[in-house]
Design a protein around this ligand. Structure first.
Ligand SMILES: [Zn+2]
Length: 149
């Protein structure tokens, strides 16, 4: 499933360093797909992608496409950021559990509050002038009327 895309202003604040191995991830993201690796021996899915299984050290780790949806496990709102991100404050960073297992951290787009914890999110391609990053946003169908006491 192709990820939804969001246009972002300017260039990436801290562009990723692309290696011969990670190039496939970044090209896939540019095509709207979130890719990673899964061990052919034990089945563990890694994120970020690795050329070696983190569980059994096997080197047969083919590329797979990850789920485009997940659940918001946690988030934080950044008010004081490192220099490269200072112009973006305040912004939210979420921890997302993808529907097919991996837990990842990414920029959250749109409104995020404690009401959105454990709610479904969709993964996004954030299109900057110089290339893509990935992010997530809370799905509009998520409950927003959950009482917090
Ligand atoms: Zn393995």
């Amino acid at each position: 499933m192709t990820l939804a895309r969001v246009s972002m202003p300017g260039v990436r604040p801290f562009a990723p360093r692309v290696s011969a191995f990670s190039r496939r991830f970044w090209e896939g993201l540019g095509e709207g797909r979130l890719l990673s690796t899964q061990c052919a021996q034990c089945g563990v899915v890694s994120f970020p992608p690795r050329n070696l299984c983190r569980a059994c050290w096997a080197t047969d780790v083919p590329w797979i496409e990850l789920a485009s949806r997940g659940t918001l496990y946690s988030f934080t709102r950044v008010h004081v950021a490192p220099g490269a991100f200072r112009g973006d404050t305040p912004y939210a960073i979420g921890i997302v559990d993808l529907d097919d297992g991996p837990r990842l951290m990414c920029r959250m787009i749109g409104e995020v509050s404690t009401q959105h914890l454990d709610q479904p999110v969709e993964m996004l391609v954030l299109d900057y002038e110089d290339g893509p990053l990935f992010g997530a946003r809370v799905l509009p169908t998520a409950r927003s009327d959950k009482a917090i006491s």
